[in-house]
Design a protein. Structure first.
Length: 289
């Protein structure tokens, strides 16, 4: 049995790994954005991961772990995930990436608020300071305009971030009774069905040469979903959520390696703030351990 301190530290490390895997998945999905609508790619992201989930538990003889205990909460979580997706995609169709991402990066703060309110998780001043500092680094990097923050697109993005925060809280609640396998499988299945229904009117036939990309998206999506679900299972959401800021550092690295796009001074300064805030949180957790 792990101690509580060891569980918290492992949750942080799993979140860091999940963010990296999801960054790779996002880069793979970016390759398909010129050929398919975003909502269809979201459906493919969920559906392509399902075979990996089923095969992994079929081979190990653990299909019983997929049985849901609180099916209603799984449905609610999937519905919130669809709202999250709709709000984010609607905003992206009407605002710049910088404005949209800047607003969505309020999600870790909203996770902390939701976890404190619903789950009663204690949040100390040092944690709040690190979260706000990380959010400040995001704003330094993305430089959102005032118009982008108060527009309908900004409000849709805020709705998306709020839905995400409650999705995270539901993971913590479901973890008390349901297995990680169950949460991952039903999340992906319901997300695929919901996104597929939204994408159906404008569905574009899949090209044969895109199947390797879709399989790779499924593999990374499956791995990332397991990592992030276990992270929120093991550690309080208020501790784990701030590490999602490190996704921006991964994005800079992938842009540089794949598309030869170098970050400017503002991106470097902002990334330094984000990494510093994350390292401070990890240092505090190691001291606690």
């Amino acid at each position: 049995m792990m101690t509580e301190a060891a569980r918290r530290l492992r949750g942080v490390l799993l979140m860091l790994a999940a963010v990296g895997v999801f960054a790779i998945m996002d880069a793979l999905m970016k390759q398909l954005t010129g050929s398919y609508p975003a909502i269809q790619i979201a459906c493919l992201r969920g559906a392509s991961s399902l075979p990996f989930v089923a095969i992994s538990y079929l081979v190990t003889g653990k299909l019983h772990l997929l049985r849901p205990v609180r099916f209603g909460l799984h449905i609610l979580r999937a519905a919130l995930a669809i709202v999250m997706m709709w709000g984010f995609l609607w905003a992206l169709s009407r605002a710049s990436m910088a404005d949209t991402y800047a607003v969505f990066m309020s999600a870790p703060l909203l996770v902390v608020l939701a976890a404190s309110w619903i789950l009663g998780e204690k949040v100390d001043r040092q944690l709040w300071f690190a979260i706000v500092a990380g959010l400040g680094g995001v704003f330094v990097m993305l430089r959102p305009s005032v118009a982008g923050l108060v527009s309908f697109a900004g409000l849709a993005t805020l709705l998306s971030a709020l839905a995400y925060a409650f999705v995270v809280v539901l993971v913590r609640v479901l973890a008390r009774t349901d297995t990680t396998a169950s949460m991952v499988f039903w999340y992906l299945l319901m997300l695929s069905i919901g996104a597929g229904a939204l994408a159906a009117p404008g569905w574009v036939p899949l090209h044969a040469d895109h199947w390797p990309w879709i399989v790779a998206i499924g593999l990374t999506g499956w791995a990332g979903q397991h990592l992030i679900t276990d992270a929120f299972r093991l550690a309080p959401a208020s501790l784990v959520a701030p590490y999602e800021y490190t996704a921006l550092v991964w994005a800079v690295g992938i842009d540089w390696i794949v598309w030869q796009v170098l970050p400017g001074a503002r991106m470097i300064i902002g990334s330094t703030i984000v990494v510093g805030a994350g390292l401070y949180l990890l240092h505090r957790e190691r001291q606690r351990t």
